[in-house]
Design a protein around this ligand. Structure first.
Ligand code: ZN
Length: 240
């Protein structure tokens, strides 16, 4: 059966002599693996369809156990995401989120749209760390695993600064902290709260220091490592 879907390339790996396996985040089918036959041959016309972050309309042949690439109409190459190292790792963090934290063949249109918005913001020159923070906090919220940021996750009292508690999935107050709780400054907490709710078109108006953003991302990485897996790209972003 032939099917058509919009999709974003998360990564592609070499397969057989001339093929690639494309990990595609698709609008209609969620995360799927697509077999692209002959795409590494010098004469292959569809090479671009396996480029990381390529956004296109993909025509696929679907059988019971696999998808095979038939053709692709590129809608946006997002080539510029691969030109600057900070922007690149920020885009990788978005892709890694979809690789690590979504299920195969589970369509989530809202996540798809947010991903395109994040890539567009990175292309438009919005600060990469701000985009990553916005995307990841928003993603967790959509998955129902959002961080509780304004009230203590144990006793419910308002918290302006406090401690991140991984077991309780949020911030806890001085009285409810455990030995493993990690301190969170008022600045980091305020930044996360703002980044969680702001729309992508307003992101460029936010001006946080890189130090504050790195604190927030580092904290977030601890949480997401606990819920899912550690993100390699966030570790790279924090080193840059
Ligand atoms: Zn408390």
């Amino acid at each position: 059966m032939d099917v058509t879907t919009k999709g974003i390339v998360l990564k592609a790996t070499d397969y057989n002599e001339n093929d690639k396996l494309i990990l595609l985040y698709s609008l209609e089918y969620g995360k799927i693996t697509v077999h692209a036959k002959g795409i590494r041959k010098g004469s292959a016309k569809l090479k671009f369809a396996a480029d990381q972050f390529c956004f296109g309309q993909y025509e696929l042949n679907k059988t019971a156990d696999r998808y095979t690439l038939k053709t692709c109409d590129q809608l946006e190459s997002f080539y510029s995401l691969r030109e600057d190292v900070v922007v690149y790792y920020a885009a990788c963090a978005v892709a890694e989120c979809l690789m690590n934290c979504t299920e195969e063949e589970q369509s989530e249109p809202e996540v798809f749209v947010e991903t395109l918005k994040a890539f567009a913001a990175l292309t438009d020159g919005v600060d990469p760390l701000t985009v990553v923070l916005r995307y990841l906090l928003g993603f967790l919220k959509m998955q129902g695993s959002g961080l509780q940021l304004d009230r203590c996750a144990v006793c419910g009292s308002p918290v302006a600064k406090g401690f991140l508690d991984l077991q309780h999935g949020g911030v806890v107050c001085e009285g409810c902290r455990s030995a493993e709780s990690v301190p969170v400054s008022a600045r980091t907490l305020a930044l996360c709260k703002m980044a969680e709710t702001i729309s992508y078109d307003k992101l460029k108006n936010l001006h946080f220091t890189q130090e504050a953003l790195k604190d927030a991302l580092g904290l977030f990485n601890k949480y997401i490592s606990h819920v899912f897996f550690p993100f390699k790209s966030i570790a790279e972003l924090l080193k840059l």
